[in-house]
Design a protein around this ligand. Structure first.
Ligand code: NAD
Ligand code: GLY
Length: 359
């Protein structure tokens, strides 16, 4: 087992990584508070892994709340269901919420933990690659509004994150690849040697070589840990983690969250951002080609499908919560491994980059 500390002034915590950790009662017991335990999972993950977690926590007699599966259920209504359950249990402030699942389960459960009685203890066991390398670490929680993604939420750091890499064995290929988009993102924004490593090891990663996957999860979590350590509440550098996300969120909302997985939309968004960066002369020509080549090795989409309307995407972009009044705030690339937040793109340059990145 490896441990990566999320080093924060008031609310730091360990992320544990290893195969079979879900059943390691010790990992959990160290971080559970004295009160009731409610495990939140979903209808896909629960049949696979709930029994193992229930056994590990048997001495705490946890209750279980199972959500329907899908981003379309990342809503206030689903959040309300968890709150109702806690109220029904007469849970007190020393209660614990444990999220077992991907980023959707983690974000909703984290938001319930952030808001119930102004904040109760929250533990995470992420079971998708995307949740292991990104969503479970750093304390962003929330649900979607019909007008935009993650518009309702709070920062609420977990007490611990337990990453059992064996859970990835059952993850469908499309979901695994979507997680790789967020992995590539770390290379693109702040870790050029990692980007090189991903290029060199793409074959082993696609073949799901255990050691390659352990390496990429660990390296991603270390990158995220360092960024969150420097900027817990996204006042500065943490915004770099949004590379590709403004374009990605526009793609997701324009397709009613049904056509693209989050990571797929981010992959297209990162390439669009790279094309805009090149167009603006901020990064060397060829940067977007390198990104396209690596994302394509992971069978990720890289271009905006021709049937999507650029006008609709452009107006969805201005609703993204990363926009600011004075101009669209975007993460752009200066090179692979070097990104910055930028508000100086003209609307016609953004539109041209969207057009250029259509298939
Ligand atoms: P997800 O939670 O929908 O999981 C993807 C699918 O995989 C689901 O059908 C799920 O049931 C299934 N699944 C999960 N684990 C499995 C396993 N081990 N075996 C088989 N199937 C499994 O999607 P996701 O990609 O994990 O997360 C996306 C969400 O995360 C989005 O809502 C996004 O906004 C959010 N997110 C949050 C942050 C953050 O910092 N909080 C960061 C990135 C993304
Ligand atoms: N996934 C973006 C963040 O955690 O800040």
């Amino acid at each position: 087992m490896k441990t990566i500390d999320i080093d924060l002034p008031a609310n730091g915590y360990p992320v544990y990584l290893g195969r079979g950790l879900l059943s390691e009662g010790g990992c959990w017991r160290r971080h559970l508070g004295a009160g009731d335990v409610l495990i939140v999972s979903n209808e896909t993950v629960a049949p696979l892994y709930l029994e193992t977690l229930l056994e590990a926590l048997a001495d705490r007699s946890p209750e279980v709340h199972v959500l329907p599966d899908g981003e379309q259920y990342k809503t206030v209504e689903t959040w309300q269901g968890i709150i109702d359950r806690l109220v029904g249990m007469q849970a007190r402030r020393d209660a614990n919420l444990v999220a077992l699942g991907g980023g959707v389960v983690g974000d909703i459960t984290g938001f319930a933990a952030a808001s119930y009685m102004r904040g109760i203890r929250f533990l995470q066991s992420p079971t998708t690659l995307l949740a292991q390398v990104d969503a479970s670490v750093g304390g962003k929680t929330g649900v979607n509004h019909e007008r935009g993604k993650n518009l309702i939420g709070a920062f609420h750091q977990p007490a611990t994150v337990v990453i059992d890499s064996a859970t990835l064995d059952t993850l469908p290929a499309r979901e695994f690849n979507a997680g790789l988009a967020e992995v590539v993102k770390y290379g693109a924004i702040c870790d050029a040697p990692f980007f090189d490593w991903l290029e060199e090891n793409a074959g082993a990663i696609v073949d799901r070589d255990e050691s390659a996957i352990d390496t990429l999860v660990e390296r991603s979590v270390r990158n995220k840990a360092e960024i969150v350590r420097q900027d817990e509440k996204e006042a500065g550098i943490r915004a770099l983690l949004n590379l590709g996300h403004s374009f990605g969120h526009a793609l997701e909302s324009e397709t009613a969250y049904r056509r693209f997985l989050h990571g797929e939309a981010v992959a297209i968004g990162m390439v669009t951002a790279a094309r805009l960066s090149e167009r603006r002369g901020l990064c060397p020509a060829g940067t977007s080609t390198r990104l396209v080549r690596l994302l394509s090795r992971f069978e990720l989409p890289v271009a905006i499908p021709a049937d999507l309307d650029v006008d609709a995407l452009a107006s969805a972009l201005s609703l993204d919560k990363k926009a600011v009044a004075s101009g669209l705030r975007l993460v752009l690339l200066h090179a692979i491994g070097d990104a910055a937040v930028d508000s100086d793109s003209h609307a016609d340059e953004i539109r041209a980059a969207l057009e250029e990145n259509r298939s």
